[in-house]
Every structure is written in C-alpha cells, then in structure tokens.
Ligand binder design. Structure first.
Ligand code: SAH
Length: 512
C-alpha cells in the first residue's frame, strides 16, 4: 500500500543565475519550504531565503563527486513529501527545459504525490539576452530552435535531426553544448549550415562571472578555446548575433563585475549589503558566521521588557536589539502607547532606521555608530535634555557587546538598567555551501560589518584565501581585525551600508 504523502512538491525554476531572476512565487515557496532539494546550477544564495530549520539537500555534482542518479533523486522527492508539508525541488533555469523536471514530475505522479510546476526563466533565452542578443528580431529571425548539444555527434540513439537543425530558419540555441562544441559545429556545417553564420557563446550568463565570445560558426570553437570558456554556456547561432554590436554596449559593465565578495552576516539579517553589492555586479557569497539566539537569561530579558514603560530613556545599541526588544514587547503589550513617553537614543543610523520602521523617532543618535560617539552626543546635548544625572535609562544591547555605554552613563550619575535582548553564537552549519566554496574557489574581498562577525569568522578556522582583500564597516571593526593580525584594505568612514559599498567601489577603482 502506498504511504499517504504529507505534503506537496514544487518543481521550481531558479532562473539562469542572477538570484534576482527568480519568480515571486519561487521566492515565496523558498521562504516557506520545509525542505529544499537543489543542484549545482541553482544559485546557492537563493538558499538564504529559507527559514532556519529548513532541510537542504544537495544532489548535484561537487568537486569530483558524481551527481546523485536521477532515480535516486526521484525517490528522494517522494520521501521528502512523506516527511514534509512543503518541499521545493529547485532547478536551474526552467524545470522543464533539459532539467529532467518532467521525469521527477512523473515519478511523483506515479507515487501519488501532489506536485506543482513553477516555471523559471530559461538560460536558453536569458543567456543570449544578457549578451545583448535577442533570440527573435523582426525581419531577421521569426523563430528559434533550442536543442541539446549533449546528444549530437555520432550517438546512435540521438533523437536530434541534425539535417533539420542545420537547415532550419531563424536562431539556433544550444544548451549543454560545450564538451562537444567543435564536433557539433562541424556536423552542422557538413549538414548544410553556412560556415559564416554569426555565432556566440555566453558563459555564466547573468552572473558576475559572465563572459562571452562571438565568431562565425567555422571559427567559434577556436575563439572559445582561446578565451578559455567552458560549461555552463549557451551557444547562439544566427543573424541575430550581429545585433549585439548595437545592443551590447548599452549593457554597461558594472564596477564589481567578476569580483567575488564574501558577506559575513547573520542569517536573520536583511541582506541589504548583498543586494547593494550585486547591483554593482559582484558575485556575493553569503557566509553566515553568526546566529542570533535568545539571551542566556530569558527571565531577566522578559522582566526588563515588562518594566520598559517606566524609564526616562531607552537606549538601543544595535538594530538586532530593536528587533528583539519589540518582538518581546508585543508579546506582552498590544499597543505601542504602552511604551509611554520615554526619550530614545540609538547608537547609529542603522539602529535608528529599525526604530523608524516601528514609528519611533530618535532623540539622540551619533553619525558614527560607536558607543563613545553616543556618549559624546549625550554630553553635547546635555543642556537640551537637562543632563543624565538621576535619569532612569534602559540600555538594550547584546550579551556580548562592550559596556562603554553603561559605564560612561553611570559615571555621569544616570540610573542605568540593562536589557540583554539577544546573544550571538557562531553559525555552525554551512546551509548554502558558501563556506565550502570560499575554501575551494577563493574570493576577491571579504566584508565585516561588526566586531562579532570578525570574531565568529576567525572562530570558524577558515584561512583567508590569498589575494583576498578585507573591508571593514568602521574603526571598531577594524580594531578587532587588527587584534587578529588582519589589516583592512578598505574602511568605511560612516557606519552604514551605502557608505560601506561606496568605500568598496573606491577600493577597487584603482583597477579600472
Ligand atoms: N533548465 C535549464 C537548463 C539545464 S541544462 C534552463 O532552463 O536554463 C544545463 C545547461 O544550461 C548548461 O549546460 C548550459 O548550456 C545552460 N545554462 C544554464 N545556466 C546557464 C548560465 N548561467 N549561463 C550559460 N548557460 C547556462
């Protein structure tokens, strides 16, 4: 008897490479998934969307190891459906374009498992487009033919009609064609394709590693060899390739194109830094180094939150402090007005932004997110607020933070209570495989957005790849790096993401 499946499997297209090129539906499903089964071409950064606790299973090839056989993947998907409510089978491009998604769908159907296909943008169209080549163009190409290069030469069981492909009108697009490129093109020419037909190869399309070459069909294999292009790449053959001369220059090379940048982050943190770097063309490797967990003493935290309406000042030392404080606050109180009329201080713009999201403006905030600056700001504004002596303050912070704020305010006779809202611990999992990739493939730059990311990165015991530069969000983080004998090549003047990204661009500007 068949076991009743617990949930549903979604065969999801992950798009051609750029993690922003997935569908809204795919994004929602990844956020909601209990389990994600993925392979090599799906950008691992997409897995950062998954909630913590989501099971991730890699079934692709990994340095020398063979991919899991298809039958085994089919069986695995059925098994996942027995155990989980929502399983996402994430595949590169579109799941039904050479992705064997249909075989997986059939296996699920046979096992009585409900499934749904979520189409994705196929590299067949996206790769040419990313190189400025439209697959159709009025008056030049009214049709396109997509075929696999895997089956081409001499294969007895090949289902490809070479004759027909060589003589078809319009644009021809070859996927999985790199390992037999030379023979395939020769075969097409022998079957009647004009050797002077314009052609192009686009590798790693839509990613920061994208590279392409153009040449007539008869010279393409040599050009590809010379440029050192290999799989994954799409071959485009047809007159439309000539349009790239007009369309490609409009596709501006971005300043960080070809650079791999490591973002050391907490998994919960919004990945605004990653997005900003991707917009500049970088390939981002998100390396979760720390995880936010509840403070050791949850009772103390709860009590502090319950008492929070009774203070003259609330002082927030980090964005995470704001997030965790208000999570707890709304677990106790229903109405923001319960907070009363306390004045609010934030250690810097990021923390103030998190408060603003909750409709709270700050009374004190230094431009540089450093404890000393916060104290200096209190001193500067002492007259405005009547000083801090005998004023009650609740200081919301992380278990591992420095105690400068506490000590300095106590020195000024303030009555300061602590509200330890969270703790940071090392991320021990490698959920996206980013750690493995950093060690295997290296990187051009590694970014640190706080001292604790430095400590936790060092605790992971990964040695920095040679040639890898270091960027620090500010002086305190830099000082921590120096404690480990690391010298930041780039340091942001202001402690916020956009200034940090600008400093990184300046840091690489000398290369252009
Ligand atoms: N389902 C996928 C194709 C899977 S077959 C899709 O719809 O895109 C794998 C082939 O896809 C590769 O050999 C290569 O030809 C192509 N491919 C996938 N991603 C690519 C990328 N970013 N750049 C160039 N080619 C890519």
């Amino acid at each position: 008897m068949k076991e009743e499946s617990k949930g549903k499997v979604y065969l999801v297209g992950g798009g051609p490479g750029d993690p922003e090129l997935i569908t809204v539906k795919a994004q929602r499903l990844l956020k909601q998934a209990d389990c994600v089964v993925y392979d090599a071409l799906a950008d691992a950064a997409l897995l950062n969307l998954c909630r913590s606790g989501c099971e991730t299973i890699y079934v692709g090839k990994r340095s020398g190891n063979h991919a899991m056989p298809q039958e085994q993947i089919n069986a695995l998907l059925v098994d996942c459906a027995l155990r989980h409510t929502c399983t996402v089978r994430l595949k590169g491009g579109d799941p039904f374009v050479f992705g064997r998604g249909s075989e997986e769908g059939m296996a699920l159907a046979q096992a009585g498992v409900p499934f749904e296909v979520v189409p994705g943008i196929s590299s067949a169209i996206a790769a040419p487009a990313a190189a400025g080549i439209p697959v159709t163009h009025r008056g030049i190409s009214s049709q396109f033919t997509v075929f696999t290069g895997h089956e081409m030469p001499g294969k007895a069981e090949s289902s490809l009609d070479i004759q027909a492909i060589a003589n078809v009108r319009g644009t021809r697009i070859v996927l999985m064609g790199m390992s037999r490129l030379r023979e395939s093109l020769q075969q097409l020419i022998a079957a009647g394709l004009s050797p002077s037909t314009p052609a192009a190869v686009v590798q790693w399309a839509t990613t920061s590693r994208q590279r392409s070459v153009q040449a007539p069909v008869c010279e393409l294999a040599d050009a590809v060899e010379k440029a050192g292009l290999s799989s994954p790449a799409v071959v485009v053959i047809g007159e439309v390739v000539n349009l790239a001369a007009e369309l490609a220059p409009a596709i501006q090379p971005r300043p960080l194109a070809g650079k791999r940048v490591v973002v050391t982050r907490t998994r919960e943190q919004a990945s605004s830094l990653s997005t900003a770097l991707q917009e500049q063309g970088a390939e981002v490797l998100e390396l979760p180094t720390i995880r936010i967990v509840p403070p050791t003493d949850r009772n103390d935290f709860a009590a502090a939150v319950v008492d929070s309406p009774h203070y003259d000042w609330l002082i927030f030392s980090s964005p995470n402090g704001v997030i965790k404080f208000f999570e707890a606050f709304y677990a106790v109180y229903e109405d923001i007005r319960e907070l009363g009329g306390a004045r609010i201080a934030a250690v810097g713009p990021g923390t103030a932004a998190e408060l603003k999201k909750r409709g709270l403006m700050v009374d004190i905030m230094p431009q540089k997110a450093v404890a000393e600056e916060l104290i200096a700001e209190f001193d500067r504004k002492a007259d405005e607020f009547g000083g801090v002596a005998n004023v009650t303050m609740l200081w919301v912070h992380s278990e591992k933070g420095r105690d400068v704020v506490y000590k300095e305010l106590m020195k000024r006779q303030a009555i300061v209570d602590e509200c330890v809202a969270y703790n940071t611990v090392p991320e021990t999992e490698d959920p996206t495989g980013a750690r493995g990739r950093l060690m295997a493939e290296g990187a051009d730059l590694i970014t640190f957005t706080s001292s604790s990311t430095v400590h936790h990165f060092m605790a992971m015991g990964i040695s920095l790849p040679s040639e890898c530069r270091i960027a620090s969000i500010g002086p305190v983080t830099s000082a921590t790096l120096r404690e480990y004998g690391l010298v930041p090549h780039i340091e942001s003047q202001k402690h916020n993401i956009s200034d940090f990204v600008n400093s990184i661009l300046d840091g690489f500007a000398d290369e252009h």
